[in-house]
Design a protein around this ligand. Structure first.
Ligand code: 8YV
Length: 321
């Protein structure tokens, strides 16, 4: 019998995923599920053939340089791979995969929650009732923005963006989008294409971010671009905190330039941003876009599919480099 490959799983994955991983691999776990320091991550990778990390494990160029020759594949449990230096991995001959598609529905649901929570003052109302401060009602009380009939701007019309647009259609919203390439009419489904980000921002009553964090998109939402948006617009971010200049966002939320924001992701994670947390017109969640039972299973299985295909001598379906 051949020895199974040794697989490092640095975070606590769904039970069914772990069970399947154990059937095929010699699994090394991080029992208490803490986030490894850089040194711990490097040390934990020394005696393994593969790693199945989350976005919390940062494979920067210096970490990749310290990986052993035997480690051949980083099979991410995420669609976003901004935590991995792909060029460095490629240069070392390390295969990198991700888990697209399987989290699109869950993330689109969270985008809708963020939109509605922001538009209808969800966290403000929840806290008022929960804290026993609800001692008044009037027709003028807690009035928010209705999204029905408004323009929904999608920045990044990939898999998550397209499904989020479908959900927003269900609210009777008019869909606008910007993408590097225009979609075919069957995928566009009547959505209005904008060939520049600025043009999209100018019509987005609700702007929902669905592009990856890259050097080009870092800080895309900033003082200048927020000023292009309609007065009283709503920003939804379920993609990556790096896309937004949070100081500019705080200023726009304080001044009323933006009505509200619904945020699942932040520049600093875990933790978030205390300046945003101090504002009533921010609806916030702790990066749980894909955190459903169904999706966690599907993400883990997809990462294992990629590993199985690699160790079976094939090319993983979600190979990035
Ligand atoms: C995941 C995500 O929860 O897949 C991504 O890119 O941001 C999240 O949905 C996380 O990355 C799991 O590793």
């Amino acid at each position: 019998m051949t020895t199974p490959p040794t697989l490092l799983i640095p975070r606590k994955l769904a039970p069914a995923v772990l069970e399947r991983a154990r059937d095929t691999y010699n699994v090394v776990l991080n029992e208490d599920d803490h986030v490894f320091t850089r040194a711990e991550l490097i040390a934990a990778c020394q005696d393994v053939d593969a790693v199945l990390p989350c976005h919390s494990e940062h494979f920067n160029a210096d970490v990749i340089a310290a990986l052993p020759q035997r480690l051949k594949i980083i099979a991410n449990h995420s669609v976003g791979v901004d935590h991995v230096d792909l060029a460095a991995a490629k240069a070392r001959g390390i295969v990198v995969t991700n888990t697209p598609d399987v989290l699109s529905d869950a993330t689109a649901e969270i985008a809708m929650l963020c939109m509605l929570g922001a538009a209808r003052r969800g966290s403000e109302g929840d806290r008022m009732v929960r804290e026993g401060r609800w001692n008044f009602w009037s027709p003028a009380f807690m009035v928010g923005r209705q999204v029905t009939g408004r323009r929904f701007g999608v920045l990044g019309m990939g898999r998550v963006g397209q499904i989020t647009a479908d959900r927003a259609r269900g609210f009777g919203m008019e869909i606008h989008y910007h993408n590097r390439t225009r979609l075919s009419p069957d995928k566009e489904k009547g959505a209005i294409f904008h060939d520049t980000v600025d043009s999209l921002l100018a019509v987005s009553d609700v702007l929902s971010l669905h592009c990856p964090a890259t050097p080009d998109t870092t800080g895309l939402i900033n003082g200048r671009t927020i000023a292009l948006m309609p007065q009283g617009a709503i920003l939804v971010n379920t993609a990556r905190g790096a896309l937004v200049d949070e100081d500019a966002l705080v200023a726009a939320l304080k001044s009323g330039r933006l009505f509200a924001a619904g945020l699942d992701v932040f520049r600093t994670e875990p933790g978030g941003n205390p300046d945003l947390a101090g504002l009533d017109n921010v609806f916030m969640l702790p990066h749980i876009g894909s955190a459903t039972f169904e999706t966690r299973d599907a993400m883990g299985f997809r990462a294992l599919d990629n590993l199985d295909s690699f160790f079976g001598g094939g090319t993983p379906g979600d190979r990035l480099v």
